[in-house]
Design a protein around this ligand. Structure first.
Ligand SMILES: NC(=O)c1ccc[n+]([C@@H]2O[C@H](COP(=O)([O-])OP(=O)(O)OC[C@H]3O[C@@H](n4cnc5c(N)ncnc54)[C@H](O)[C@@H]3O)[C@@H](O)[C@H]2O)c1
Length: 355
């Protein structure tokens, strides 16, 4: 946007430190940025947790504008080295995707969540601040609609709504956000925060609902629906989320929060039926299981601000996106077979077989 053009010019020819780039959303962001912005360089900083898959970046791995740096964002010395890998002046921008991202795992133990999602943000902020004045232009904290907690219909959460978290995951993400806001207030630190609804799309790790259900259906297994299946979510295709973060980075205003959603609110049971239809299975493939403790009934976002101020808009409809995602999983069964490893099987057993 015109009011930000010197910043935009700096960003468009800069080096971006992207954390968690081997994850589901970070990898889409990196692929999209390198495909659409010819002069941007990216250093991907990832600890390679269980949810990382470097294969998601196979199409950019040999691009001279791309570099991988293994580091844990909660470790100051590793983060310092990662910033130095961006060159003498450090990165022009930090886009923080790195996180422990699965709510169910946070209910087993929240410690890794607080370390990655809260402590890790503080470490990144402190390191970034050292580079302000040397060309560091913007920090983007990628956050979630889960910080708003349950939302009663017909309200859709707006950026000024209070934070009201329900799980160790959402509480740790809220902690990260609050630290970013503290830096904005205390140091005039150049940062924006994005909050997005549930993502889906190709390369999604099969512990999350949509890829889990596709994986089970492809294997001829039932799908585990939590409780009464009436929890409502606002699904967004991962490509639309990544384009939103790019817009917030390039066109957003310092200190602001931007919501991104798919404008498709649907309950879990109705979504399950869409996936059953894609797989050619009937409702006998539904297995109702005990609900998640503290499970929020409804999330719904209003992303009018991002549409108005960033010129962003969702491109995918849910039906087209689910079909594309289902077909991607069928065509990429070898990736799926690889990630359905012993760690995944142990998690699945702990999560579902005792429910
Ligand atoms: N998936 C969603 O529906 C959704 C919705 C809204 C917001 N978000 C947010 O988007 C971001 C990305 O989510 P995702 O679904 O791609 O997650 P993901 O679990 O697929 O990937 C997370 C990545 O971060 C890395 N990572 C984890 N801890 C790290 C650490 N301490 N240091 C460095 N790297 C670390 C992992 O190795 C992995 O590659 C997260 O911050 C998440 O909270 C996700």
């Amino acid at each position: 946007m015109a009011h930000n053009s010197p910043l935009r010019d700096a960003l468009l020819s800069g080096t971006w430190l992207v954390t968690g780039g081997c994850g589901f959303i970070g990898s889409e962001f990196i692929r999209q940025a390198l495909r659409t912005l010819p002069n941007v360089r990216i250093v991907n900083v990832d600890a390679l947790s269980y949810a990382a898959s470097p294969e998601r970046l196979a199409t950019v791995a040999s691009d001279s504008r791309y570099k991988f740096f293994k580091a844990n964002i909660a470790h100051p010395a590793e983060v310092q080295a990662a910033f130095e890998a961006c060159g003498a002046n450090g990165p022009t921008a930090v886009i923080n995707f790195a996180a422990e991202s699965h709510v169910d795992r946070s209910l087993f133990t929240g410690v890794p969540f607080v370390l990655a999602n809260t402590v890790g943000v503080q470490v990144l902020l402190e390191e970034s601040r050292k580079y302000v004045g040397k060309g560091f232009a913007r920090f983007v904290q990628v956050s979630t609609d889960e910080v708003y907690g349950d939302v009663a219909a017909p309200h859709r959460s707006v950026e000024t709504d209070p934070i009201h978290t329900s799980s160790p995951y959402s509480a740790s993400k809220a902690g990260g956000e609050l630290l970013v806001q503290a830096f904005i207030r205390s140091f005039n630190f150049p940062a924006v925060i994005t909050r997005c609804s549930n993502n889906y799309g190709p390369w999604h790790w099969p512990e999350k609902m949509i890829p889990l259900f596709i994986t089970n259906l492809l294997a001829g297994k039932k799908v585990p629906v939590y409780g009464d299946g009436q929890q409502r979510r606002d699904w967004i295709h991962v490509e639309d989320h990544a384009s939103g973060i790019l817009a917030a980075l390039l066109k957003g205003k310092d200190g602001e929060i931007y919501n991104f959603d798919g404008e498709i609110e649907i309950d879990n049971l109705a979504l399950t039926k869409k996936l059953l239809a894609l797989a050619g299975r009937d409702e006998s493939f539904i297995q109702y299981v005990k609900d998640r403790p503290g499970h929020d009934r409804r999330y719904a976002l209003d992303s009018a601000k991002a549409q108005r101020e960033l010129g962003w808009h969702q491109k995918w409809t849910l039906d087209a996106g689910l079909k594309q995602t289902f077909e991607w999983f069928v065509a990429n069964k070898s990736w799926l077979d690889k990630v359905l490893n012993a760690e995944y099987q142990a998690y699945y057993k702990q999560q579902y077989e005792v429910r």
